[in-house]
Ligand binder design. Structure first.
Ligand code: 13P
Ligand code: SF4
Length: 368
C-alpha cells in the first residue's frame, strides 16, 4: 500500500530501467603486465595533467588503490564532494556515477571534471526527471525542498538543500526544529528512515536504488540465525524491513567505521560489495558477509554490486586522461550549476559547522 505521504512518480517504466541496468556490461578487467602498464601510465597522466582521482567505495579495488596511492581519495559521496572542492588540482577525475561527477563540476565550474564512463547512471537520479520534480515543487511551495545528492544538476538547482546519506538526518532534524515541512526526493527508503528518526513532516518522492532494493528481510533473518555473533550493517537506501533488522544504519563511511569500532568478529553487510575492500583494510581479521538478495527470483544479474559503478575500470580511466575528449568530460549548464551550487554548498557548510560545533548543533541561516 502506498503511504499517504508519497508523491506519485511520473510515468517512468521502472521495470524496463531495471532490466536494462542489470544488463549493463562492466568495464573490462585488465590483468598481468597490461594492468601494470596501465597503472603506471595513469599515474604519469595524473601527474602531467595536474589531476586528482576521487573514487567511490563501490568502484573496483584497482581504482580505490590507485586513488589512495596517488594522493586522491576514496570515500562516500559527501567526502568526494568536499575533497574535490578543497583540492588544488586543475582536473578532478571522478570514478563513480554521473551525479558524483556533476556535483564535482557544480562545486568547481572552473575545473575540468572527467569520468571513466559518462553513461554510469543511478536509478535514483533516473527516477526523478527535472520537469516532473519541478512541478511537484510548484505544487508544494510551502515545503522546504531537500534532495539526495543522487540527482541531476537540474534537480539540485530546484532544491533548498542537497544532502547525502551521512548528513540527511542531521539536516532534516535541523529543519524540523525550525518548524519547516519537507518535500523529499528521490529515495523513498532513505526518506522514510529520516522521517522516522526525526519525526519531521515529509512528503516523499517514490524512487529507489536498484541495488539496495534487492536486499530481502526474510533471507536476512535466516542468515542472522546462522550467525548469531554477527552485527548487521545496513545502508539506508535499503527497504524498511531490512533497515529494521540493522544494528547500525549508516552511510558507506559509517558502515566502515562500525566494522572498526564494534567488537563483533562477523558482519552482515547490506550495501554494494565494493565496500569490502575498505572494510577489510579497516578491520583486518574480521569476516564480512553480503546480505542476501532475492536469489534466483531477483531481477539482477549480479546483486549487491551496482552495475553503473562497475562501468569504471583502468582502461576507460586511462582513456579519459589520455584523450581529454568530450566522451569523458562532464558539463553542467553554468546557470543551472550556479543555482545548484547554493544547495550543495549549504550542505558542505552545514557539515563544517557540525564538525566545529561540539554540541552537534550548527548555526546555519535559513535558505533564501
Ligand atoms: P554514500 O553517500 O553513503 O556513499 O552513498 C552513495 C550511494 O550512491 C550509495 O548507493
Ligand atoms: Fe545509485 Fe544505487 Fe548505484 Fe548508489 S548503488 S549509485 S544509489 S544505483
Amino acid at each position: 500500500m502506498r503511504p499517504n505521504n508519497a508523491i506519485s512518480l511520473p510515468a517512468i517504466d521502472d521495470k524496463v530501467m531495471r532490466k536494462q541496468a542489470w544488463q549493463t556490461p562492466p568495464a573490462s578487467h585488465v590483468t598481468g603486465k597490461a594492468r601494470e602498464r596501465l597503472l603506471a601510465r595513469i599515474k604519469q597522466l595524473l601527474d602531467e595533467k595536474n589531476a586528482v582521482l576521487v573514487a567511490h567505495y563501490y568502484t573496483d579495488e584497482d581504482l580505490q588503490k590507485l586513488a589512495d596511492d596517488t594522493g586522491g581519495c576514496v570515500s562516500d559521496s559527501l567526502e568526494m564532494a568536499r575533497f574535490g572542492h578543497a583540492h588544488p588540482a586543475k582536473t578532478i577525475v571522478v570514478a563513480g556515477v554521473r551525479f558524483m561527477g556533476e556535483t564535482a563540476k557544480i562545486l568547481n565550474p572552473e575545473k575540468r571534471v572527467l569520468m571513466p564512463a559518462l553513461e554510469a547512471e543511478c536509478s535514483l537520479d533516473l527516477s526523478c526527471p527535472a520537469d516532473a520534480f519541478s512541478a511537484a515543487c510548484d505544487a508544494h511551495s510551502d515545503r522546504t525542498v531537500v534532495v539526495y545528492a543522487n540527482t541531476s544538476a537540474q534537480v539540485k538547482a530546484r532544491a533548498d538543500w542537497v544532502v547525502t546519506s551521512s548528513i540527511a538526518t542531521k539536516v532534516v532534524q535541523h529543519l524540523y526544529e525550525r518548524g519547516e515541512k519537507i518535500l523529499w526526493a528521490p529515495d523513498r527508503y532513505l526518506g522514510a528512515y529520516v522521517q522516522e528518526v526525526t519525526g519531521a513532516d515529509m512528503l516523499l518522492w517514490q524512487g529507489s536504488c536498484i541495488v539496495h532494493d534487492e536486499f530481502k528481510a526474510s533471507e536476512l533473518r535466516k542468515l542472522m540465525d546462522k550467525h548469531p555473533e554477527a552485527a548487521v550493517l545496513v545502508h539506508p537506501e535499503s527497504p524498511q524491513d531490512v533497515i529494521a533488522l540493522a544494528d547500525i544504519v549508516g552511510s558507506t563511511t559509517e558502515i566502515i567505521k562500525a566494522a572498526q569500532t564494534l567488537p563483533n568478529p562477523v558482519f552482515i553487510v547490506a550495501t554494494d560489495r565494493g565496500i569490502f575492500y575498505k572494510m577489510q583494510q579497516a578491520a583486518p581479521g574480521k569476516t564480512f558477509i553480503e546480505a542476501p538478495t532475492g536469489g534466483i527470483a531477483a531481477s539482477c544479474g549480479s546483486c549487491a554490486h551496482c552495475p553503473w559503478m562497475a562501468m569504471n575500470g583502468l582502461q576507460n580511466l586511462a582513456e579519459a586522461l589520455e584523450n581529454d575528449g568530450p566522451e569523458h568530460e562532464i558539463h553542467v549548464d553554468p546557470e543551472v550549476g550556479l543555482q545548484a551550487m547554493k544547495a550543495v554548498k549549504r550542505m558542505l557548510d552545514f557539515a563544517e559547522q557540525l564538525k566545529l560545533n561540539a554540541t552537534g548543533k550548527a548555526n546555519i541561516a535559513s535558505p533564501a
